[in-house]
Design a protein. Structure first.
Lengths: 536, 400
């Protein structure tokens, strides 16, 4: 008799627990990272032992979880790239009124001036279009500089989020150390790891006790046991001589081999697209302004005076950034030697024995090796490099003269009277009041500004093409990443997520079992009453 | 297969979002009529399109230059037409003077008319271009190309360089000739020009000089001075340009010198001289002055009659050269206008070609775009109705 009571109460208890689990599942139907819990019944011990709950199982699949993390890393990189590269694209190709139309209008104005050099209004228009072109270059450079700044902010935000997430994960490791794992801790851990994967490319190693260690692709640890290492942005003043990111307690570059996650995407968008495009812009500004200035200086104003620079700020001397580890006292300055031979690159200059070696920053390709005098005479890549003072062996400098070149352009002549649009040929060579417009025709001609034969209009078209292609690539990567993330999430959810219909069915199932168990008690009670009556 | 409930909703909202984004993009494409909303949609064609635009901009620049050059050349043509008429009237007067129809009594009237013709020619030479500066002042930015002083002497103020305008790739057209070449240095159209000494007293009327073999040319100006010992006897001293002198016997009716000869009628007086010059140039406005001198010349006796004839002949020679100069310039202007039209039609064809290429890569294919838009609308509606139907499905609806 007591056996029947025992069986019934164990069934009541077990099914109540099962109903509670169903309730828990229904309650967490919209909780991100929640893994469905299932109850497992076993037969109770001994004859008439009733039912036991062996365990509450958390639906978990290592494979689907890993797939989600991988997809998150791709999606993080793609999202950062798409956002910034489409901004770069909009800045460079804003539809009408971009740099391309400013160049075209500048050429129009000087062509008109060549055809009608005596008309004051045409002269004024040429001056205004020159001003507009300089302003357009400057504005575009500012936009790109602002994007670079925005990237720094975004990088800052991303490292902050990484630090927040690693702190929480380290906290979970500590709890696991003290009180072991539970389904809710596992849910939380999985969710945090998935979020962290979106921010930065990581490798997760799970310990036996449920703790996780997290490493960057460079092998540096973000979390080891309960210990956590914070990421931060390095001081930007040292340029290419120091890594962009720093990791607490390590002198090595944490960004090494970092390609995925939002951090990887941001770094790659900056290094591979934004900076090269800004150098291209600077190169175009230097070449166009350099050629215009040269022609303008050969010309004569309406009053017969020789022309000055049409654009100020072109071919300005910039100081090369010295490596803080340099031991020599020498400095290096760069000017544009031949504007038409410039390449959109940044360089390292290193003293090596008696020679100076110029290498490309992008890939370390050696451009020039020779003495100081050779360097000044050769003008490698169109650059005129001057070394001042003594350099020690191994001293290094970073040369990036084109990065900010477009932002320096200003209008030269203060009024239309300063425009030197006359060639001043014939005899008398230059007479007051002569206006042949010959020099304006040369300035306004859409001809090659680069030694490669490329025109200014073509260089701009190429700039747009490059920005567009970079943005397109990022968008395509984003689409693929989004698809694979959706797919991986669907797999994980379909395995571990909650289906309300299923829970509804379980609800009915366990409810019926519970009602049946209650019925057993009722029957046991009836039997007991029968016996009592019989005995009385 | 299990489907998580969350997945059911997320999948639904995601496909709704995608369909909505597509419809919006199509709508933007249709309203702008553009194939590409951003360069990244087709970077290669975006770049090509910009290159084509640069080509079209350049053509537009050339077209503006052409129309500026054209309006200036048209003013120039009108000026040349005016000068042609002016010289025609001057020729009528010269012919009248030569044939004796106009006698000494007509002199005051003729003088006034010649002065008026000169003033008219000067005003044409000072014509302004459509942009306001003197048309024939070369590259100078001055209101008038010539000034005239109290003695009637005309001075050129402009430069010797010509304005040039680019009308095509590697093609330029030179605008109006300078006043220097057009008016100040009119080349003589006859190979040799003859001028008679101011103080000649004889009755010799000199004819047109001609070159003779073997030399067929003269070296520098040659002056022949007659030393007469009788009516038909004497010597002629020839002074060549290089300073060498030669004395030859006088020959009635023909003056011979190395490389050339000049026929004449009548007899020169002792001390009379003539000067021969090859490739001479003269001032356009001096034609009027020469003719004025001829008008004022008395024609009472045979000597003055001879002087009148000699001066008139020289003036007519200059007049013919001036007429040649203007008619040549006029045909040059015509040729330039023709070249402009030819260039314009070549560029018109090029423009059409570039525009066609640009249209292919830039302009929206409306038929396929509208079809795509319809399809996307249908897809969006389908996604919406499917979502509402699926969202309604729940077993809990049946648990009462």
């Amino acid at each position: 008799m007591s056996g029947l009571f025992g069986v019934a109460s164990s069934a009541l208890k077990a099914n109540q627990q099962a109903l509670a689990t169903v309730g828990q599942n229904i309650a967490n139907v919209n909780t991100p990272g929640y893994a469905r819990q299932r109850i497992e019944f076993t037969t109770g011990q001994g004859a008439g032992g009733g039912v036991d709950i062996s365990r509450i199982e958390r639906s978990y699949s290592q494979w689907t979880t890993d797939a989600v993390r991988r997809a998150q890393q791709e999606a993080g990189a793609a999202q950062a790239q798409t956002t910034f590269l489409s901004s770069v694209e909009s800045a460079i190709a804003p539809g009408d009124g971009g740099l391309g139309s400013a160049i075209s209008r500048f050429q129009d104005a000087f062509s008109d001036l060549a055809a009608q050099p005596t008309v004051r209004g045409v002269r004024a228009a040429a001056l205004e279009e020159t001003r507009a072109l300089a302003a357009r270059f400057k504005a575009l450079d500012n936009q790109l500089a602002d994007l670079e700044k925005a990237m720094r902010m975004e990088l800052e935000g991303t490292t902050d989020r990484v630090n927040l997430l690693t702190e929480q994960l380290a906290g979970l490791n500590k709890i696991i150390q003290v009180s072991g794992v539970s389904p809710s801790i596992e849910d939380r851990q999985e969710q945090l790891l998935s979020e962290l994967s979106f921010e930065v490319e990581i490798e997760v190693r799970e310990g036996a006790g449920g703790q996780v260690d997290i490493f960057l692709p460079s092998g540096l640890a973000l979390i080891r046991g309960e210990e956590r290492f914070a990421l931060s942005q390095a001081n930007p003043g040292v340029g290419p001589f120091a890594p962009t990111l720093e990791l607490e307690g390590s002198g090595r570059d944490p960004a090494l081999a970092l390609e995925k996650g939002r951090l990887g995407g941001l770094l790659s968008a900056k290094e591979n697209t934004l900076l090269p495009l800004r150098r291209e812009l600077g190169r175009l500004a230097e070449a166009l302004a350099g050629r215009s200035n040269e022609l303008h200086r050969q010309g004569f104003t309406a009053a017969g005076a020789a022309g000055g620079d049409l654009f100020l700020g072109a071919n300005e001397q910039t100081d090369a950034l010295a490596d803080p580890r340099n031991t020599g006292s020498g400095t290096v300055a760069v000017t544009v030697g031949e504007a038409d031979k410039l390449l959109p690159e940044a360089y390292f200059l290193e003293k090596s024995g008696v020679d100076l070696v110029l290498t490309r920053q992008r890939d370390g390709l050696e451009i020039f090796r020779g003495t100081e005098a050779d360097l000044e005479a050769t003008r490698p890549a169109g650059l005129s490099i001057e070394v001042d003072g003594a350099l020690d062996d191994g001293d290094r400098f970073s040369l990036d003269p084109l990065l900010t070149a477009a932002g320096r352009l200003e209008l030269g002549p203060q009024s239309a009277d300063g425009l030197a649009f006359n060639r001043g040929e014939g005899s008398p060579p230059v007479s007051v009041g002569a206006a042949d417009g010959g020099q304006a025709a040369l300035i306004g001609a859409d001809v090659a500004v680069f030694a490669t034969g490329e025109r200014a209009s073509e260089a701009y078209a190429e700039l747009v093409g490059k920005a567009g292609a970079a943005s397109r690539q990022a968008q395509a990567a984003q689409e693929v990443a989004q698809l694979s993330l959706t797919d991986a999430t669907a797999r994980r959810e379909n395995f571990a997520g909650v289906n309300l219909d299923e829970e509804a069915a379980d609800l009915i199932r366990f409810q019926q079992a519970y009602q049946a168990a209650a019925r057993i008690i009722n029957v046991a009670d009836t039997i007991f009453q029968t016996i009592l009556t019989a005995v009385r | 297969m299990r489907i998580a409930t969350q997945q059911l909703f997320q999948g639904g909202t995601q496909s709704l979002g995608t369909a909505q984004a597509r419809v919006l993009e199509s709508q933007q494409r249709l309203s702008g009529g553009q194939q590409r909303l951003r360069p990244s949609e087709d970077p290669v064609n975006a770049e090509t399109s910009l290159r084509l635009s640069a080509g079209l901009d350049q053509l537009a620049r050339f077209e503006r230059n052409q129309s500026a050059a054209k309006s200036r050349l048209q003013v120039e043509e009108t000026a040349m037409a005016g000068l042609t008429e002016n010289l025609q009237r001057l020729r009528e007067l010269a012919v009248g003077l030569g044939s004796g129809i106009l006698s000494e009594t007509d002199a005051p009237g003729i003088r006034t008319e010649i002065a008026a013709l000169k003033a008219q020619a000067l005003s044409i030479a000072n014509e302004r271009s459509p942009t306001g500066e003197a048309l024939f002042a070369g590259t100078a930015d001055i209101p008038e190309a010539f000034t005239v002083d109290n003695d009637g002497k005309v001075t050129y103020l402009g430069t010797e360089a010509q304005r040039e305008v680019q009308i095509g790739i590697g093609r330029t057209v030179q605008l109006s000739p300078t006043g220097k070449t057009l008016f100040e240095r009119v080349p003589s159209s006859a190979p040799l020009t003859l001028s008679v000494g101011d103080g000649n007293q004889g009755t010799a009327i000199f004819g047109e000089p001609r070159l003779v073999p073997p030399n067929g040319s003269i070296d520098g100006p040659v002056t022949a001075t007659f030393s007469m010992t009788g009516d038909e006897t004497g010597t002629v001293k020839l002074t060549y340009g290089d300073g060498t002198e030669e004395t030859v016997p006088y020959e009635q009716g023909l003056l011979r010198l190395t490389g050339a000869e000049v026929p004449f009628e009548g007899a020169p007086a002792d001390g009379d001289s003539v000067t021969l010059e090859a490739g001479a140039t003269f001032d356009f406005f001096s034609v009027y002055d020469e003719l004025l001198v001829a008008v004022d010349e008395p024609r009472s006796d045979s000597a003055s009659q001879a002087r009148f004839q000699n001066i008139l002949q020289s003036a007519q020679g200059q007049l013919a050269s001036a007429e040649d100069q203007i008619s040549t310039s006029r045909s040059v202007v015509g040729a330039k206008l023709g070249a402009l039209d030819a260039e314009a039609s070549i560029q018109g064809a090029r423009r059409l070609e570039l525009e066609a290429q640009k249209s292919v890569i830039d302009d929206l294919d409306f038929v396929s775009a509208i079809t795509a838009f319809q399809q996307q609308l249908v897809a969006l509606q389908a996604a919406q109705s499917a979502f509402t139907r699926i969202a309604d499905l729940s077993l809990f609806n049946y648990l009462r």
